[in-house]
Design a binder for this molecule. Structure first.
Ligand SMILES: [Zn+2]
Length: 214
């Protein structure tokens, strides 16, 4: 009997372990290019390591439980995106990240753009990040963490999310009205970017965490 109980416990532990192993976002790089004085290959690995640490954190999972997004975020290239009552739940996005096991991104770092932080053709894995713009936009973070935030934003485009309304905070529409914060919050790529930023800001500036513990 004791043998049986021990066997059951062992099986249960190994099942839980494999389940936990399955539930991981494992972003990696298929190719990496940078301008001459930009990040090198080791820094690129660090950027991806930081992004994975956040995407696999309890804080990230918990933040996504509380949010939902308008269906217009869907670029209609990923049949796995489930829409209910005109909304995409944060949990759906979390599940998508966990089931998309080893997404390989082709990352190009360019020096700067005229305004945008990054660029990704939706539903492709080709990502461009503009170093100076990204770093200037997030002075609270070190350069690799700031780039990790941008890569997470761009990765949302790869997964099949578009900006529902092409706006920037404080922009005005053609009719003179302004975009409100709630519309901004319902944009998957922006919101995920902000969630990742908030977590990294806390880890770095409050908790003083070291990333190699992940
Ligand atoms: Zn974007």
């Amino acid at each position: 009997m004791i043998k049986y109980i021990l066997l059951t416990i062992t099986l249960l532990i190994s099942y839980c372990y494999s389940f936990a192993q399955d539930k991981k976002s494992n972003l990696n790089i298929s190719s990496f290019h940078s301008y001459k004085k930009g990040p090198n290959n080791d820094e690129a690995k660090e950027i991806i390591k930081i992004a994975n640490a956040v995407l696999n954190s309890d804080e990230f999972r918990d933040s996504l439980q509380k949010v939902s997004f308008v269906s217009a975020n869907n670029c209609n290239c990923n049949s796995e995106i489930r829409i209910q009552n005109g909304k995409i739940s944060g949990y759906e996005i979390y599940k998508l990240l966990q089931t998309n096991k080893s997404p390989s991104l082709s990352i190009t770092i360019r020096k700067k753009s005229k305004g945008t932080l990054g660029r990704t053709t939706p539903c492709t894995t080709e990502i461009i990040s503009y170093y100076s713009n990204v770093v200037k936009d997030m002075p609270e973070l070190n350069d690799t963490a700031a780039l990790a935030v941008n890569i997470c934003h761009e990765y949302m485009h790869s997964l099949g999310f578009c900006h529902p309304d092409n706006f920037k905070e404080n922009d005005t529409r053609a009719d003179g009205s302004t975009y409100d914060k709630s519309a901004y919050n319902e944009d998957v790529a922006y919101r995920i970017g902000w969630i990742v930023f908030d977590i990294l800001n806390r880890w770095i500036n409050v908790d003083h965490k070291k990333f190699d513990v992940y």
